[in-house]
Ligand binder design. Structure first.
Ligand SMILES: Cc1ncc(COP(=O)(O)O)c(C=O)c1O
Length: 375
């Protein structure tokens, strides 16, 4: 089996599996309990917070443990959009993940908030960060989940800072694949999803430059300084701490995919007429290829690849069953004919040259078979 869908979720790392197997023997206790066992768990969780803060270059006090990136994003949207406001517009982009886009649309409709969209070039990169007045909130994804295109989020953060506009940066795909420093980035809010990093689903992080700007969306017994109620998922947090302690190594191993991937893309382009690598001219995540074959449906290729035990997706996992081409691709000016042909391959630290060769051959075979059906 070849798994090439790391942007959807990464397989659980061996060290997490080993840790968890032993850890399941206990001790168990509620980290908020005052007895000794609870305090030990709480201490371990705070150690994990310190490790995460170290890896992400922020202060431990800026970290709130949540259930994942969607929840972290939702909390920022609630905190910045659901209350009395001085102005009434948002700056965002058509590149955002559904978690953010659907949230923005919800608040915009409910409170009559104007949405200003950043311009996108044909390579999937946002341009022109000029705004005339401060916004309630600005969002620009750091690295796109489908194309892998890395945005100028540092320049954007600078501009938003000058314009006194809080910036929520969806760093879900960037963190773990590229170096990231929260302090240096100057973004106001960043997010982490544990399951994208080879740890468990169901836990994530919201990093806030100033946590006092946040309101809780889940109320509870004062956990996470009253910013996120409910007993923390301490087992998953411990596992997250483990992968975070090796984050630099993970980034390094992902960077090694760059040359293998470019080679793979070059080979395919030379063998399939009209094949396009979306966003190829822009700086992209080293592990991501979004390719399109005109007039051949992406889902047909996906099924063919699956018959060879290769697992890819046609776009992001969350919108895989949408027949429409994604809004991001539309904003890039990609025609339906090409857009319906996209398949996303996202590789990981375990992907080998042999895997690339095998996938290459399977795509060629799929193309040859489907091209005959097409004509
Ligand atoms: C860019 C981006 N943002 C947010 C999310 C949501 O992450 P989670 O599964 O942790 O809620 C994803 C997951 O697919 C993503 O790729």
């Amino acid at each position: 089996m070849i798994y090439a869908d790391y942007n959807a979720t990464a397989p659980v790392a061996e060290e997490v599996k080993q840790y968890l197997l032993e850890r399941l023997d206990g001790p168990f206790a509620n980290p908020n309990a005052l007895h000794g066992l609870g305090q030990n768990i709480s201490h371990a969780m705070e150690q994990c917070r310190n490790i995460c803060a170290d890896a992400l270059d922020c202060y431990p006090e800026q970290i709130i443990f949540t259930s994942g990136a969607s929840e972290s994003i939702s909390q920022v949207l609630f905190s910045t959009l659901a209350f009395a406001r001085k102005n009434n517009s948002i700056l965002t982009s058509s590149l955002e993940h559904a978690a953010l886009k659907n949230g923005i649309n919800f608040y915009a409709k409910k409170f009559n908030i104007d949405i200003n969209q950043l311009a996108i070039n044909s390579g999937g990169k946002a341009l022109n960060f000029e705004i005339e007045s401060p916004q309630l909130l600005a969002t620009l994804i750091a690295a796109h989940n489908e194309t892998g295109v890395i945005q100028d989020y540092l320049a954007f953060a600078q501009k938003m800072d000058e314009m006194q506009t809080p910036y929520l940066c969806d760093t879900t795909q960037l963190i773990g694949k590229c170096p990231f420093s929260f302090k240096k980035s100057n973004v106001d809010y960043a997010v982490v999803s544990s399951h994208k990093l080879g740890s468990l689903p169901g836990v994530g992080i919201l990093i806030a430059k100033n946590p006092e700007t946040l309101s809780p969306i889940i109320f509870g017994g004062g956990q996470e300084k009253s910013l996120r109620g409910g007993t923390q998922n301490y087992l998953a947090i411990e596992c997250l701490g483990l992968v975070m302690s090796k984050l630099e190594k993970r980034v390094e191993s992902f960077s090694k995919l760059e040359s293998l991937k470019l080679n793979f893309e070059e080979n395919l382009t030379s063998q399939i007429p009209g094949l396009q690598i979306i966003g190829a001219k822009e700086q992209r995540l080293s592990n991501t290829t979004l390719l399109a074959i005109p007039a051949i449906h992406g889902q047909a290729i996906q099924i063919e690849l699956e018959s060879h035990d290769i697992f890819v997706t046609t776009s992001s996992a969350c919108s895989d069953n949408e027949p429409e081409i994604s809004e991001s691709l539309k904003a890039m000016g990609i025609e339906d004919d090409l857009g319906r042909g996209v398949i996303r391959l996202s590789f990981g630290e375990k992907t080998t040259q042999d895997d690339f060769n095998f996938i290459n051959n399977a795509i060629i075979k799929a193309y040859q078979k489907l091209a005959i059906i097409k004509h």
